[in-house]
Design a protein around this ligand. Sequence first.
Ligand SMILES: [Zn+2]
Length: 299
Amino acid sequence: MYYSRPVRVFLGILFLAFFAWYMHTHFAGATMSNDVGKAQPAASVQTVQAELQPQEAEPVEPEAVPTPEPTPELSPLMQTAKANADAKGLPMPPEIDIDDFQYILVNGDHPLDPINYEPSSFAYLNMTGEDTEVRTGYDPNRQQVDYRIGQPLVDMTQACKAAGNPIYLSSGYRSYNDQQQNFARVCYNNGITDGKNAEGNYITMPAGCSEHQTGLCCDITDRYYEIKNDSIAEVPTVQWLAQHCAEYGFILRFPQDKRDITHVMGESWHFRYVGVEAAQYMTENNLVLEEFVALYGVA
Ligand SMILES: [Zn+2]
């Protein structure tokens, strides 16, 4: 094929132009692909690392998470009780509401509020356990306690009786006025004015400071005693009660060896209702009510 000179020149220029365009495009493309090529491995290393890191970190995470979880279940009250028990080397105290009626602390430093308090309903029980009925109608020939401890008290005294021990419910609820007269009489008979013996422990409580006014306790012996003294601790009825009372929610409120804490002379006949959980914890750990409620911040 023959082309005229101008045509050949034109074709030559066209070829050179095409060559220049091609080279430019190719060079630029190569540079781009080189950049991509260089960036690619770096990017894929990062990707691999990014993929590996969560996989490596994942098994570590569950070990780190559980630590804060167990604590928040305890209420602030129970956290206090646990911390106080821990400090004394005691086991975990029962999960209770310390404001419930059966934990009320009444002693020489903690008078009732109001001072002339009386229970809202009463139970009247046969004094010698002959009939087990929990009556609610006033009867001066039966023993009067807070209605809420009527049934547990009957259950306990019946079990004691079934074990062969006679029962006598010597003293339950005493009103503020009853205790005032009681206090005056005992003080007069012992030539004292503050209700305390030579040791400094109460032998009778001032009115408003007696647990008997709560109706949540009962003096229990095997028969009528005009004067109650240490010898009653040897009576089988009282010994059986001391051993089993916690099973029915009662505690021996004033043990001989806790006088430095209760500031009350030993009273082996005085049983106080606190509920089974608290009674068992206190008995197992040799605590009186003052020590028990102190775990929950009541002082
Ligand atoms: Zn008593």
